[in-house]
Design a protein around this ligand. Structure first.
Ligand code: ZN
Length: 92
C-alpha cells in the first residue's frame, strides 16, 4: 500500500497519542500550507483513542486553508515555533 509506506517513513506516524501526554510534551499539527497549531487531544482522549497511532488521527484535523489532513508531531516545550500559530483544529 502506498499509503502505509508514506506513513512508515515519517517519524511520528507510529507514535501513539498518549505519548503526547507525557510531561513537557505537546501535540502539534503542521499543514502543507505552512500553518502550525498546538492541538488539544482532550476530544480524542474522550473517544478512547489514546492508543491510536498519530498517523491514524491526521485525517481528523481541519486547517483553515481547507485541507482535511495535517501532519501530527510530538514536540518538547523548547520546540514550540516562535511565530504565530493556530488555524488547525480537531474536526472529529
Ligand atoms: Zn492549511
Amino acid at each position: 500500500m502506498a499509503d502505509a509506506q508514506r506513513i512508515a517513513t515519517r517519524p511520528f506516524a507510529q507514535a501513539r497519542l498518549h505519548q503526547a501526554l507525557l510531561a513537557r510534551s505537546s501535540l502539534w499539527a503542521v499543514c502543507r500550507c505552512g500553518q502550525e497549531a498546538q492541538i488539544d487531544p482532550a476530544n480524542w482522549l474522550g473517544q478512547g483513542l489514546r492508543r491510536q497511532p498519530l498517523g491514524a488521527l491526521e485525517t481528523r484535523l481541519r486547517c483553515q486553508c481547507g485541507a482535511r489532513q495535517a501532519r501530527l508531531e510530538i514536540r518538547g516545550l523548547s520546540e514550540a515555533p516562535a511565530g504565530p500559530t493556530g488555524g488547525i483544529h480537531v474536526f472529529r
